[in-house]
Design a protein around this ligand. Sequence first.
Ligand code: PRP
Ligand code: URA
Length: 209
Amino acid sequence: MDGVTVIDHPLVQHKLTIMRKKQTSTASFRQLLREISTLLCYEVTRNLEITTERIETPLTEMDAPVLEGKKLVFASILRAGNGLLEGMLDLVPAARVAHVGLYRDERTLEPVEYYFKAPDHMADRLVIVVDPMLATANSAILAVERLKQQGASNLRFLCLLAAPEGLERFRHAHPDVQVFTASIDSHLNEKGYIVPGLGDAGDRMYGTK
Ligand code: PRP
Ligand code: URA
């Protein structure tokens, strides 16, 4: 699908399979999400712009590559986004962080916003929005809208699993936002869950119901 990158790295796929298993414990699920997020982060940042900086090694001077521009923003859609955020911050510790607090109303599947906080100079930064699940895409669409209202114009969306229906809706709402995912699953069920999926990501991470 146009504007969608599937990250099919064997390590990502192997870890994802363990996460999908219903018998995987909360502790293992959290640990795997953290591990997988560093691999996803590597792919989503692959083509960041670089410039050079004059440095001195112990032997000589050289023009060495460094990231160009202002610090990245990782925007986590709470709660489950934090599971991806942690591993990404391991890899890019200087990144700024935005939090978008949303939960899905179980009946209407509409997102309810309860928190929003973003760093300054959003217009000058690449913003990578993270949430393990893109189901109906209602949460992702609203989160990106809110970030755009704060000035963000250069965004990417990173998730673990996406439903085809959600991808279609998200790409229609935000055609400028490239989506990165580890898997495009089969479909959404009547309750808006991704099938085969992995269940409720937040609940599996935090041991809630
Ligand atoms: C889950 C998930 C996404 C959303 C996806 O969060 O982490 O944010 O559902 O569904 P959608 O694409 O249909 O909007 P949830 O609302 O369960 O909140 P939580 O992360 O706090 O558990
Ligand atoms: N949110 C989840 O956590 N899982 C799904 O399958 C759909 C939405």
